[in-house]
Write a protein that binds this ligand. Structure first.
Ligand SMILES: [Zn+2]
Length: 175
């Protein structure tokens, strides 16, 4: 295993605040408000962005994927060794897969996602030892605020659509 950057709790909070800002900006663009930031071992931000699935008509436009793509281009490398990815919501199957392909060292997420989370909730792909890379994982960082941003977004959207909550199957999904 390469050296994994050990961040202090204070640094984790700082970068999760940045991810929350990116999530809020995504929400303002009409995207599901999820934000992510990739940081190198010196604590330098490599990429910061939010969901872009709707705007880009891209099913892979989750915040984590957007940030990994930007970082890969910026560094000229598809391996993103010794980096930490902060994301406001527990990553899905696709995103954890991409984090493993990129060899990201550490994952810090905000709120767990009981409907789609592939790190601790539905699956534990990030710590699956049959795969050739495992992530160091930290969850529940500013979880309440991360979850609240998402739930108020869906509440507002339901209100706009004038559809009763029980008919909206997307209410807690993040896609
Ligand atoms: Zn995802």
């Amino acid at each position: 295993m390469p050296d994994i950057p050990k961040k202090s709790a204070g640094q984790d909070l700082y970068f999760m605040e940045l991810a929350l800002q990116a999530a809020g900006e995504a929400g303002e663009r009409g995207e599901v408000p999820v934000g992510a930031v990739l940081v190198d071992e010196t604590g330098t931000v490599i990429a910061l962005d939010g969901n872009r699935s709707i705007g880009d008509s891209d099913p892979s436009g989750h915040a984590e994927m957007v940030v990994l793509r930007q970082a890969g281009k910026k560094l000229g490398n598809y391996r993103l060794l010794n980096t930490t990815l902060y994301v406001t919501i527990e990553p899905c199957v696709m995103c954890v897969g991409a984090l493993i392909h990129a060899r990201v060292g550490r994952l810090v997420f905000g709120a767990p996602d009981p409907k789609g989370g592939a790190v601790v909730s539905l699956y534990r792909i990030g710590s699956e030892n049959r795969l050739n890379h495992q992530l160091e994982i930290e969850g529940n960082v500013l979880a309440d605020r991360c979850a609240k941003l998402l739930s108020s977004f869906f509440r507002n959207r339901r209100r706009k659509l004038h559809s009763p909550p029980q008919n909206d199957t997307r209410k807690n999904g993040r896609q």
